[in-house]
Design a protein around this ligand. Structure first.
Ligand code: BES
Ligand code: MN
Ligand code: ZN
Length: 496
């Protein structure tokens, strides 16, 4: 779908989308359209439940007096509450509705009313951004899809000022990163495994991102025994990929992002049950988001030094696989007793986080991981879990998440939980041995490998894959965390 901006005017063909505010209030441009139709829009609204409340929709087919196929009215609620999220939803809902109806082209005519919560140009840019995000599809493996199921909308025009077009450019860069992350997360395990994942990351070089691939030999030399232990049951050798974007001052400490990239998680010798195991192709979503974020930062030329490190392994059972009870030595020097080979994410992050802080001395380090099933029990699919050793970083992350609609909820880290992973045979064990507070135990384990750096861990297991469509996210890979971290960077780490 091609998105373009044009001067505000009623289109000559295709569908026309208009925002309607609470109480069936049309903007000035909306009123002009209604007048051209001889009052058809107002009549249609008054004869229905449509009142302009957020996310309400009403389609008026082939209105008299206008050359358009249809006018789609979308509610955005009270002007004072109509912020970025509302206009993104408007764009997303418009994209979905026009595709469902079979429209080939559409125009969103963004015009404000008094007391709008954001500048008009931003409202238009947000609508374009929402439409773009909703238009995502992963259909490269569909060869027999019927024409009537395919999206039709080829061209979406946002009728707004040229300031809107400029405001959209930065958002489009972030959307590029989101699409990359969603593509990576959607790929199956037979196609995307550590070597092919690392190859795919090389594409970031074109965006100006430095890409360094550490192969198994290099990882061994670094002493990453925890990561290698997870990988050893797979015929696919592990990789760690380091990405660097240097948009900030030379020599200034970077902000670092670390991603769990288990390209398939069978559980290893502590084998998972069969039901739903196919979901474990997306056990690399943390890594996918880190890669997409690096593209987003580069494409919008963020004034920041940022480092992305992804730990890529496949967790398989095999004659050479790690056994429960095995003791491995991590890069930090600490020994780990592996009580459960299915608690593998924390093992690879132990080495990846240690490596990242040791090499880059970052200002802050944030890891993303589909770490525990327990976080889905605790928070479901509406909040990701946040764990941190730093209150300020926590608050910044939570606020950034609220601003972009990627919600976080902080859970505790304490000595009480920490001592539950003391091992009788080694320095630490990778599970507590009971089902209590599983997500906290996972976070405590990672924290054993974090030094003084302000650090946060996001457990995204519940939010990274969506079973149903929402306004701006089609079902499937969400890339949760990307917009939140982009926002965190923009608000607190750029140009400072
Ligand atoms: N990748 C899983 C966590 C997961 C589960 C993500 C379901 C998404 C959906 C992780 O590696 C795992 O297996 N965790 C175990 C930990 C347990 C063995 C302590 C879990 O959650 O059961
Ligand atoms: Mn696992
Ligand atoms: Zn896993």
């Amino acid at each position: 779908m091609d998105i373009r901006f044009a001067n505000a005017a009623t289109p000559k063909s295709g569908a026309l989308v208009l925002p309607v505010y609470d109480g069936r209030a049309l903007s000035e441009a909306g009123q002009a359209v209604d007048t051209a139709t001889g009052g058809q829009l107002v009549r249609a609204m008054e004869g229905s439940r449509f009142e302009g409340r957020k996310d309400q929709q009403l389609a008026v087919a082939a209105p008299a007096g206008l050359p358009v196929s249809r006018v789609l009215l979308i509610g955005v609620g009270k002007p004072a509450d109509a912020g970025a999220e509302r206009f993104q939803a408007l764009g997303g809902l418009a994209c979905a509705a026009l595709n469902a109806a079979g429209d080939k082209e559409g125009t969103i005519l963004i015009d404000g009313v008094e007391g709008l919560a954001l500048p008009l140009a931003d409202a238009a840019a947000e609508a374009a951004y929402g439409a773009r995000l909703r238009s995502y599809r992963f259909d490269k493996y569909r060869t027999t899809e019927k024409a009537e199921k395919k999206p039709t909308l080829a061209k979406l025009t946002v009728a707004a000022t040229s300031a809107a077009k400029r405001a959209y450019a930065g958002r489009e860069a972030v959307a590029d990163g989101i699409f990359l992350a969603r593509d990576l997360v959607s790929e199956p395990g037979n196609v995307l495994y550590p070597e092919t994942f690392a190859e795919a990351i090389k594409a970031l070089k074109k965006d100006g991102v430095g890409v360094e691939i550490l192969d198994e030999k290099a990882l061994r030399k670094l002493g990453m025994g925890a990561l290698i232990g997870v990988a050893q049951g797979s015929v696919r050798p592990p990789r760690v990929v380091v990405m660097q974007w240097e948009g900030g001052r030379k020599g200034e400490a970077p902000i670092a992002f670390v991603g769990k990239g288990v390209t398939f998680d069978t559980g290893g010798i502590s084998l998972k049950g069969g039901a739903g195991m196919e979901d474990m192709k997306w056990d690399m979503a943390g890594a996918g988001v880190v890669v997409g974020l690096m593209r987003a930062l580069a494409r919008r030329e963020a004034a920041v030094n940022a480092v992305g490190v992804v730990a890529l392994v496949e967790n398989m059972p095999d004659g050479n696989a790690q056994r429960p009870g095995d003791i491995v030595k991590s890069m930090s020097g600490q020994t780990i007793e592996v009580h459960n080979t299915d608690a593998e994410g924390r093992l690879i992050l132990a080495d990846a986080c240690w490596y990242t802080q040791d090499r880059f001395r970052p200002k802050a380090m944030i890891d993303l991981a589909t770490l525990t099933g327990a976080i889905i029990i605790a928070l479901g699919d509406h909040h990701a879990g946040l764990f941190s050793n730093d209150d300020e970083l926590s608050q910044r992350l939570t606020a950034a998440g609220t601003a972009v609609g990627e919600r976080l909820w902080r859970l505790p880290l304490t000595d009480y939980y920490d001592k539950q992973i003391d091992s009788d045979a080694a320095d630490v064990k990778n599970i507590a041995g009971n089902r209590n507070a599983g997500s906290i135990i996972g976070a405590q384990f990672i924290q054993r490998f974090v030094n003084k750096v302000p650090w946060a861990h996001l457990d995204i297991a519940g939010v990274t894959w969506s079973k149903s469509d929402s306004a701006i996210t089609p079902k499937g890979a969400t890339a949760f965390g990307l917009r939140l971290l982009d926002r965190l960077v923009a608000e607190h780490y750029e140009g400072k």
